[in-house]
Design a protein around this ligand. Sequence first.
Ligand SMILES: [Zn+2]
Length: 179
Amino acid sequence: MSVHNAGARAVAQRFGKFIRETSRALLLLGLLANNGCGGGINPGLADRGEFEVYFQRFLTYAAEHKVSTRGDDGLRIEFSDLKSTEVGRCETGFLSGRIVYIDRTRWEVMVDGSREALILHELGHCLLGRGHVSTKFPEEDETMPGLPRSLMYPLAMSGTRFNTHKKYYVDELFSEVDL
Ligand SMILES: [Zn+2]
């Protein structure tokens, strides 16, 4: 091997090292950008305010049930003044994407359990593609007499009822997924 070739190889090695280090640095930058905790870095990341804690519970249950929910970052949950009988609503706009609206007045008097049941219900519509389930267990049922068969029952569920039968309702929510 000539001196010239050895020199060229050294240059090539240095260049290869430079490329590897640069791509590692770019990858790191990419990871930082995806985190987006500084706000505004990732415009698709929605600010869900006080709903975030319930949104995160939904994601935890989804992962436990091995259900993938696509495009979660962009989903918005916002306060709104809904019709008198309505507590929450999932809407899909052509430009705005998916939004969950929650009635502010009703939300403020709800306890943690009923808030969770409500957000899970609305995310059932928005992220799992589920419709309403209007059926109930028969009155003779031993464990859940006369109770709704699903969190997707059209009427809001009390926190006590949800907490008492939480495992059943969360399992049912993710077992009927129609993505
Ligand atoms: Zn509904």
